[in-house]
Design a protein. Structure first.
Length: 353
């Protein structure tokens, strides 16, 4: 029998290494020549028990009627080895966390939560044991591999962060007090009552209804109203309705409001008579109202760009804001903006500091 494909080379094989095809060929040849287990083990540089297990693994059973004794075949041993290796790997995490994955998928589709919000909410509220949960990163990795019943098209957006140069263009006049005069406590995000304001348009061409949006910096509570147009009169009329809602506590709920230099906010400073301070960002620096820009992007999930605002009722716009406010946030330790906003309102209306 020709064994040209098998060699015995002690220097190439390291102790503890799995047997290779060449090693099995050597074992077959040496075993047929009558070498003992220890002698074979010494020649191929392995343990005698390794040789014994390999002989058991690759010995083919023969039917007694044929009169031939069982023999070891290197090909058979290698086949059994490969087959056994398939079952020795660690089980996939998705297979051990099926209930958790099913819950996340349902919350993603029906509650319209992000994957991170689902994972964080389940962890904070201890809905599953730690061993039966996956991390946000693992969930997104499985999403990219196509192993979840969610596609990349279902994920609303992937944020990319770009560094901005801090230079200010002076060719646009501020419509009021500059953001440079705004108290530092606003940037520290340690006090309730500081807001950012903006408008969301549907069709760029023509004059039509728009959405006025405000967001509270601490709680991320988002307000969105449908107004008659992108005009200063429409904006101030909406602010008057807000003042009617919060009454005498308006200046406690709205301590400051930061706006951009759009024409619709040229009369916004008039609300300072109610005790609310109004500040304006530097021209062409939308990052100075980052929270508001971010949430306007989230609103685009319900109000796509290019779609007329006329297609949506006022009640629908309010419900879209409610959905965003009911979304658990990692920034808020997976509490919802609605919960935190209501807590702060309770303190204000009960005269608590």
């Amino acid at each position: 029998m020709d064994y040209s494909n098998f060699t015995i080379n002690e220097s190439e094989r390291k102790p503890g290494q799995h047997l290779q095809r060449e090693d099995r060929g050597a074992i077959e040849k040496l075993h047929r020549e009558g070498y003992s287990l220890r002698k074979i083990a010494k020649l191929i540089n392995c343990s005698p028990s390794t040789v014994m297990y390999e002989l058991r693994r690759g010995t083919v059973s023969r039917k007694p009627g044929r009169g031939r004794p069982p023999i070891y075949l290197a090909k058979r041993g290698h086949y059994v080895y490969k087959h056994n290796r398939k079952a020795c790997h660690k089980p996939h995490k998705l297979d051990t966390c099926k209930s958790f994955v099913k819950w996340v998928v349902n919350a993603f589709h029906f509650n319209e939560w992000s994957i991170d919000a689902c994972v964080g909410y389940a962890r904070v509220n201890q809905l599953f044991s730690k061993s039966k949960m996956l991390s946000t990163k693992t969930m997104y990795n499985e999403l990219r591999k196509g192993k979840l019943p969610i596609t990349m098209f279902d994920v609303p957006y992937v944020l990319t962060r770009r560094r901005k140069k801090n230079y200010y263009r002076k060719n646009k006049r501020l419509k009021g007090r500059s953001i440079e005069q705004r108290p530092k406590i606003v940037d520290e995000n340690s006090q309730f009552g500081h807001w950012e304001i903006d408008t969301v348009v549907g069709k760029r061409k023509g004059h039509e209804e728009v959405i006025l949006s405000l967001i509270e910096r601490i709680t991320n509570n988002y307000l969105a109203f449908k107004i008659s147009g992108k005009t200063s009169d429409a904006v101030n009329k909406a602010m008057e309705k807000l003042r009617e809602t919060y009454g005498s506590k308006f200046n406690k709920v709205f301590k400051t409001i930061t706006a951009d230099n759009g024409s619709e906010f040229e009369k916004l400073a008039a609300i300072e008579k109610w005790g609310t301070k109004v500040y304006f960002t530097h021209p062409y620096n939308s990052y100075e109202r980052a929270k508001n820009e971010r949430h306007n992007g989230m609103l685009r999930k319900f109000v796509p760009k290019g779609v007329s605002i006329k297609c949506f009722r006022s009640e629908q716009i309010l419900s879209f804001a409610d959905k965003l406010n009911g979304l658990p946030r990692k920034l808020l330790n997976y509490k919802t903006p609605e919960e935190l906003f209501d807590e702060n309102l309770d303190k204000i209306y009960s005269n608590q500091k």
